[in-house]
Design a protein around this ligand. Structure first.
Ligand code: HEC
Length: 141
């Protein structure tokens, strides 16, 4: 009987954690994206995503994060100015950062769903698509 109870407990906990993980996979991506952001982006774009005006552009409610294909390219291949963000001109350069597709998707999900930003989640397979996509007016670093 004791063995049966133990087995029952093990089975139910593994079942509930599985269900829980499926429900939270979306927020897990955003959460993991936060640590990617903290490793690779925070030094320039800052903890609050606002950057430093005139030097590092803000990522907060700028209307510039809608194009997922472009975001993937900016992260992996970098960006060469000039750009305009919230009325401020930037003519600088951001070097590309090498990271896994999962990290790219996660960090995009984090920046697009933080600091008041809100956007649908990017799926892992969309990263491969984005790498091959042609983005008009985009200049890599
Ligand atoms: C060394 C500093 C630095 C780091 C690190 C950095 N960036 Fe940037 N980022 C910049 C600069 C500078 C620009 C503007 C480049 C230009 O003038 O074209 C920029 C531009 C951008 C843009 C375009 C903004 C817009 O409104 O068009 C996005 C998006 C972006 N960065 C995201 C990221 C993400 C995500 C990371 C981390 C994976 C990151 N950056 C890491 C300096 C940095």
């Amino acid at each position: 009987m004791k063995k049966f109870i133990i087995l029952f407990v093990v089975l139910t906990t593994s079942f509930t954690t599985q269900t829980f993980c499926q429900n939270t996979s979306a927020s897990a991506s955003v959460k993991n994206g936060q640590s990617v952001y903290e490793s690779y982006c925070i030094s320039c774009h800052m903890e609050d995503g606002k950057g430093i005006e005139g030097v590092f552009p803000s990522l907060v409610k700028t209307g510039n994060l809608t194009d997922k294909n472009k975001l993937v390219k900016i992260i992996l291949l970098g960006l060469r100015g000039p750009i305009s963000v919230k009325g401020t001109k930037y003519d600088a350069e951001m070097a590309g950062i090498s990271m896994s597709d999962q990290e790219v998707a996660d960090v995009i999900n984090y920046i697009r769903n933080s600091w008041g930003n809100k956007a649908p989640l990017m799926k892992l397979n969309e990263v491969e698509v984005a790498k091959k996509a042609v983005v008009k007016g985009y200049q890599p670093y």
